[in-house]
Design a protein around this ligand. Structure first.
Ligand code: TXA
Ligand code: MG
Length: 333
């Protein structure tokens, strides 16, 4: 298949929107990461997304809308909290899980009776959804298991020859995927941390918000955290290289990284280091996936990363990605 790479002109967005409505696949920028879009109501198109990504088909997709009115096409009687959050945080990097209406193909929702909905703030993304005239199901536009794409070139590298169109936008402003919050119960539950924080949601709704234990268990804040979790089954966002996350006081982390780097370079390995400014977790979010991909391109064999030690929620979201990338291979120093 020949993939057409389009500049985001009004005319090209119209063309790509028409293609979406005809069942074709279009990758497009969002503020979080690039998405790989298909008409959410077209089962064949959605199945083609799974095939293009090499993704297991039981993993549900997020459905993107460009207007809150479209929520009614997807959600069956969403509660007031959903409208409250939509009013305050959409368009933006927040996905809400709601009970789905009949008629959304099982392929889109992985057979669940719920659906994830998000209105992106990226102007190109919203113009494309408008042009398509339908809600757009879109997972991140990477080959399954690889780091999420935050630059057009990442999508070109992964998806050329596999999909119909790639809209070439700017680098993603946020850099990690949206916060996913389950809104089907009385208490919202965060299933995936992102730059929209629990604190923000809790404040807007004036109620407690939980974090799914699956997210907490795998984080450094969990007492029962086992440094070397077994199981490649957790490997996600994975670079080609082996990866170790060093956690502890920043000076100890830096010293240990220097030591392990030298040790492995002396053995002839190509080593890469990821050490973000501890006080700027938004920058870390923006750059993290791109760093992993840069190291893959440079054929790095071992990545040594410093854990963010701050306790802020954005840092927590970045650490969630970092730990998964490293397959939970953590050394406390
Ligand atoms: O920022 C984002 O959310 C990006 C851009 C393209 O919008 N999309 C994205 O999609 O990250 P994806 O497919 O890579 O991740 C979707 C996540 C998965 O963890 C999936 O399990 C969860 O959302 N999800 C989707 N629908 C769900 C549902 N009905 N119930 C529970 N989790 C759901
Ligand atoms: Mg993804």
């Amino acid at each position: 298949m020949k993939t057409r790479i389009l500049e985001p002109t009004a005319e090209n967005i119209r063309e790509a929107g028409r293609a979406l409505s005809e069942g074709k696949l279009v990758a497009f920028p969002t503020e979080t990461v690039y998405g790989l879009g298909a008409d959410a109501f077209n089962e064949d198109a959605v199945k083609a997304v799974y095939a293009a990504k090499g993704r297991p088909s039981d993993n549900p997709m997020i459905v993107h809308i460009s207007d809150v009115k479209q929520l009614e096409m997807l959600a069956s009687s969403p509660n007031n909290d959903v409208y409250e959050l939509a009013g305050r945080l959409w368009p933006g990097p927040l996905t809400m899980i709601v009970k789905k209406v009949e008629g959304i193909p099982d392929a889109t929702t992985g057979g669940l009776d719920t659906v994830g909905v998000r209105m992106p703030s990226d102007e190109i993304a919203r113009a494309l959804i408008d042009a398509a005239g339908c809600p757009v199901a879109a997972p991140s536009a990477n080959i399954s298991g690889r780091p999420s794409p935050t630059m057009a070139q990442h999508v070109i590298d992964d998806m050329s020859g596999r999909i119909d169109y790639i809209i070439k936008g700017a680098d993603c402003r946020v850099g990690i995927e949206s916060t996913v919050v389950d809104m089907t119960g009385d208490t919202p539950v965060i299933l995936r941390p992102g730059i929209v924080t629990r604190e923000q949601i809790s404040e807007i709704l004036s109620k407690d918000v939980e974090i799914d234990p699956a997210v907490l268990r795998k984080s450094l804040t969990d007492e029962s955290f086992v440094p070397k979790a077994p199981g490649m089954k957790y490997r996600h966002y994975a670079p080609e290289a082996d990866m170790i996350v060093f956690s502890g006081r920043r000076d100890s982390v830096e010293e240990q990284i220097r030591r392990v780097k030298k040790e492995n370079e002396d053995r002839g390995l190509k080593v890469g280091v990821i050490l973000f400014d501890d006080n700027d977790s938004e920058e870390a979010a923006r750059k993290f996936f791109a760093e992993l991909r840069r190291m893959d391109a440079e054929k790095v064999q071992l990545i040594l990363a410093g854990a963010l030690s701050g306790n802020d929620e954005v840092g927590f979201a970045v650490m969630n990605r970092m730990l998964k990338s490293a397959g939970y291979n953590v050394q406390n120093v």
